[in-house]
Structures are given as structure tokens and as C-alpha cells.
Design a protein around this ligand. Structure first.
Ligand SMILES: NC(=O)c1ccc[n+]([C@@H]2O[C@H](COP(=O)([O-])OP(=O)(O)OC[C@H]3O[C@@H](n4cnc5c(N)ncnc54)[C@H](OP(=O)(O)O)[C@@H]3O)[C@@H](O)[C@H]2O)c1
Length: 320
């Protein structure tokens, strides 16, 4: 870490790695299906984002075998090799219907490790709670085996409901291995996990929440406004929140983020991410496409808003 600022940290699950309380999301790294990789940003921007993240003290990168059909993992592998730096990597397994044996978990992990050019990852997550022939029990057994083999530091799930998380936790407990994380959508604009039992159950089970799309895919940065005439690149235009009326509706929240940001000399994005960190047991993983975004997002750590400010934001977010 080179900032000299003390960053909040979190331990993933009961005995996983301890990492800064903010990670780096890399879905857009190599993805031109949803994002606009190769047009609005290229590999040199992404390498700069990688470097800036590490310089700011962010050492957890979230990827997946499906991001850019392997390109996100490949790029991270190349950047690690080029810079000689080895941050903690969290990647994901996609339970495709034809992956019906425990051997397919091992094979998918082998392929991810090859793309990343490493022997092990800090965290391996099941991308979606899909149940085909292997079933949750077989899947969790295969993952526990990989922990024992030393190719995975900790196990996570993603998009699991409270009940599915309990089930996975139980199957893993039978193998003597904890469930470390559940990666779910969580931001000021998507607070379902506060009411559907996921947040509460995660706390009870000692499972850390990784908050994905924590900036609501750019909406909470405040740069998309009804006046700005800035069209979101990629497939985001399909989201009505990015329409002129959607953005108009959002403005009270952006203004509240700006007002709190002025108190601490922070941007709306930093305030929105700090709000998530303040919830406790929550680690946001904002996506960054360049060095500027990466270092700005890191500025969400190293300070703390008040409880009153947290509640104020929750109140305003509930109205938009
Ligand atoms: N498990 C899952 O099913 C799942 C699903 C979705 C995402 N994820 C993970 O979560 C990560 C983050 O989610 P996300 O990428 O969907 O959304 P996000 O983090 O809410 O938004 C990322 C986008 O916001 C903009 N941005 C980021 N930082 C900014 C800054 N400081 N200033 C201005 N603009 C900024 C960038 O887009 P522009 O510059 O183009 O506006 C960036 O691509 C992903 O990369 C992935 O690792 C997981």
C-alpha cells in the first residue's frame, strides 16, 4: 500500500483472506457484449486501472470465467505477469447444464487458473444458483475438495437467496469448510437484500456480502444527468433508469450524495460506495475502466460518514 491512509478491511467469511473493504470489478475487462470493450476503452486503459488500483491499496479483483469469454481472466493474468504484482483474485464458476460431474468443476477451475497464470485463487464463487444434474450438494463437495487441494483459498456463491445460502453453507459445513461470501447486487438503488433475508442471513452465518453493481452501473457517479447529454456506452441504454425521465427522478439522490461529498471533499461515487461499506460486512466491488475511475473509487475508503448521513441517504434513495 502506498497511500499512507489506513483503509477499512474485511475478512472474507470466518477464516478467508483479510482484504481492503473495497474490491475492483472486472466484468467490463474484455467484454463487448454488454460493455464497450475495444471502443470506449482498451487494454492500456485497463492495465492503468489495474496499476492505479494497486497503488491506491485495492488488492482484491473480482472476475469470472464468463467475462469476455475468458478475456477478463486473461487480461488480469497478463497484467500480473507484466507488473510482477499478485493481488487476491476472486473468480467464478458458471454451472452450465452440461457440467454434470464434479470433474467439470475441477476442469473449469484448471482453465481459469491457466488464463490467470496462477496456481490458486483467493476466492472461487458459484456464479448463479443453477441446479442441474450435479446439484448443490455435489457442487459444494467438489468446491470443498479444491479448498483441500489448495487451489482455492475460500468458497463463495453469487445471486443466492437466503435459503440457498443456508443450504450451501450446510453442505460445506458437512465437509468442514466455511462459506465465505455471497456476491449479490447491492447499492443505494438496489436494496432488496435488506428485506429479502439475504443481508440478515449472511450476518448470522458469518458470510461476507460482496456488493456488485455498487454504483448502479454508473448512475450513482452523478455524471449521467438529464442535461449532460452523456449516453451510457454499451447495453445500459436498455435500462429505463438511464432515460431522461429516469435520470430526472434520480436527481434528489445525486444532490444528496453531492452535499455529503462536499463535507468530506469526496465525489458522489465515493459517497455511494462509502455508504455500502458503512453497512458493515459488505464489500463493494465497483467496476473501473481506467486509472481515474480506479483511484477515485479507492477514495471511498479511509473515511466514514455519520450514521445520520447514512440514514439520510437511505431515506432519499427510498423516494427515487
Ligand atoms: N455476480 C454477478 O452476477 C455480477 C453481476 C454484475 C456485476 N458483477 C461484478 O460487479 C462488478 C461491478 O459491477 P458493474 O460493473 O455492473 O457496475 P458498477 O460497479 O456499479 O459500475 C461500473 C461502471 O460505472 C462507471 N464508473 C465506475 N467508477 C466510476 C467513477 N469513479 N467515476 C465515473 N464513472 C465510474 C464505469 O462505466 P462508464 O464510465 O462507462 O459510465 C464503470 O464501468 C463487475 O465488474 C463484476 O465484477 C457481478
Amino acid at each position: 500500500m502506498t497511500t499512507g491512509i489506513t483503509l477499512q478491511t474485511l475478512t472474507l467469511g470466518p477464516d478467508g483472506p483479510t482484504v481492503p473493504a473495497l474490491g475492483v470489478g472486472t466484468w467490463a475487462w474484455g467484454d463487448s457484449l454488454f460493455w464497450d470493450y475495444g471502443k470506449a476503452y482498451d487494454d492500456s486503459d485497463l492495465q492503468a486501472a489495474f496499476q492505479a488500483s494497486l497503488e491506491a491499496g485495492l488488492t482484491l479483483f473480482d472476475t469470472a470465467e464468463v467475462y469476455g469469454l475468458g478475456q477478463s481472466e486473461r487480461l488480469i493474468g497478463q497484467f500480473m505477469k507484466a507488473t510482477g504484482q499478485t493481488p487476491a483474485i476472486a473468480t467464478k464458476y458458471f454451472p452450465l447444464p452440461w457440467r454434470f460431474s464434479q470433474q467439470s468443476v475441477a476442469a473449469a477451475l484448471t482453465a481459469s487458473l491457466e488464463r490467470l497464470q496462477v496456481d490458486a485463487v483467493a476466492l472461487y464463487q458459484v456464479h448463479w444458483p443453477l441446479d442441474f444434474f450435479l446439484g448443490q450438494k455435489g457442487l459444494m463437495q467438489a468446491l470443498a475438495t479444491e479448498v483441500k487441494r489448495g487451489r482455492i483459498g475460500a468458497i463463495g456463491v453469487s445471486n443466492y437467496s437466503a435459503q440457498q445460502m443456508r443450504e450451501a453453507h450446510g453442505y460445506l459445513a458437512a465437509q468442514g469448510v466455511p462459506l465465505a461470501v455471497n456476491q449479490v447486487q447491492y447499492s443505494l438503488l438496489h436494496r432488496n437484500i435488506e428485506t429479502n433475508g439475504v443481508l440478515e442471513t449472511a450476518r448470522q452465518l458469518g458470510v461476507t456480502i460482496l456488493a456488485y453493481s455498487p454504483l448502479a452501473q454508473g448512475l450513482l457517479t452523478g455524471k449521467y444527468t438529464p442535461e449532460a447529454n452523456l449516453k451510457p456506452a454499451g447495453a445500459r441504454w436498455l435500462n429505463p433508469r438511464f432515460s431522461e425521465s429516469g435520470l430526472t427522478k434520480l436527481m434528489p439522490l445525486i444532490q444528496a450524495l453531492q452535499a455529503i461529498g462536499e463535507t468530506y471533499d469526496r465525489t458522489p461515487a465515493q459517497v455511494a460506495l462509502n455508504w455500502l461499506v458503512a453497512q458493515g460486512n459488505v464489500l463493494p466491488i465497483p467496476g473501473a475502466k481506467n486509472a481515474r475511475q480506479a483511484s477515485q473509487n479507492a477514495g471511498a475508503l479511509g473515511w466514514q460518514m455519520t450514521t445520520e448521513e447514512q440514514e439520510q441517504l437511505r431515506g432519499v434513495a427510498g423516494q427515487v
